[in-house]
Every structure is written in structure tokens, then in C-alpha cells.
Design a binder for this molecule. Structure first.
Ligand SMILES: [Fe+2]
Length: 158
């Protein structure tokens, strides 16, 4: 008899709805991670020290999130994308380079985090329907984390 459930007991048909959203999130995080490295390297001016450090802190956190999303895809029984060729096909986050102006960098980070919150809300709704609690939890944690960052960056920009 053909299996209808994956290793963690979720219906394969339900998982099929979650996977594309996780793959998209992975691709978006990877592009954003690389953008953050660029902001870290190229920032200039009187905010250099604090933002150089903040960007490093952020990209280290995103390295963890990338791993979490990719490993969730593996746990659901699929193969996560691991090339930039694939990421750039799926990602909605745009590559950005050569940003030395602190406001352009911080605004880009803020807008990207706002986009991620809306993506995570969509992922949350899909994962609920699929009965995939671990992905619901991943989405919840991301939303909580990003909403706090959005608050702080918005205050910083005032
Ligand atoms: Fe560095």
C-alpha cells in the first residue's frame, strides 16, 4: 500500500501545501542574509560602529533561521533548495549592493522584515490547515521576533 503520510505522521497532501511556502521563505531569507552582509561591509559615516555590529548580529540570526527553515523542509520529507540559482528564481526579496548610506540600509531591513511578517502570517494559515504544528510554531516565533525588530528599527529611524 502506498504511504499517505510522511515520517512525522503528516498527510502528504497537506505537506504539499506547506512546502512551497517554506521554500519561498528559505529563498527570501538567503537573499536577505546576503544583503545584510553587504550592509555590514559597506556602511559609512557616524552610525558605522553601531550598525556594522547590528547587521552582523542580524545576519548571524538569519543564518540560524535559514537552517531552521531548511531542516523543517527535510523533516517534512522534501529536499530544500541550496543554490542561489534556485533562490533567485523563487525569492521576492531583491538583491541590493553597495549601500553605504545608513538610512537606505535600515529602511531596506525594516521593509524586508515587514514583508517577512506578512509571509509568515500566510505560512501560519497554511500550516494550521495542514495540521503542521511545528511549522505553525516556526511562523509564530518569526512573527514575534520580527515585530520586535520592526518596533526597534522604526524607533531608531525617527
Ligand atoms: Fe565583519
Amino acid at each position: 500500500m502506498e504511504a499517505t503520510k510522511n515520517n512525522v505522521g503528516l498527510e502528504l497532501t497537506a505537506v504539499d501545501t506547506v512546502i512551497p511556502k517554506l521554500n519561498e521563505l528559505l529563498a527570501n531569507y538567503q537573499v536577505f542574509y546576503t544583503n545584510l552582509r553587504g550592509f555590514h561591509w559597506n556602511i559609512q559615516g557616524d552610525k558605522f560602529y553601531e550598525l556594522h555590529e547590528l547587521y552582523e548580529d542580524y545576519y548571524n540570526q538569519f543564518a540560524e533561521k535559514i537552517d531552521e527553515v531548511a531542516e523543517r523542509i527535510v523533516m517534512l520529507g522534501k529536499v530544500p533548495a541550496n543554490t542561489f540559482t534556485e533562490y533567485l528564481k523563487i525569492a521576492k526579496v531583491k538583491e541590493i549592493s553597495g549601500v553605504s548610506d545608513w538610512q537606505i540600509g535600515v529602511n531596506n531591513v525594516l521593509e524586508t522584515l515587514q514583508f517577512f511578517v506578512s509571509e509568515l502570517r500566510e505560512l501560519h494559515a497554511i500550516a494550521i490547515k495542514a495540521g503542521d504544528h511545528a511549522t505553525v510554531s516556526l511562523a509564530n516565533h518569526g512573527i514575534k521576533d520580527f515585530e520586535k525588530k520592526i518596533w526597534m528599527l522604526s524607533a531608531y529611524l525617527k
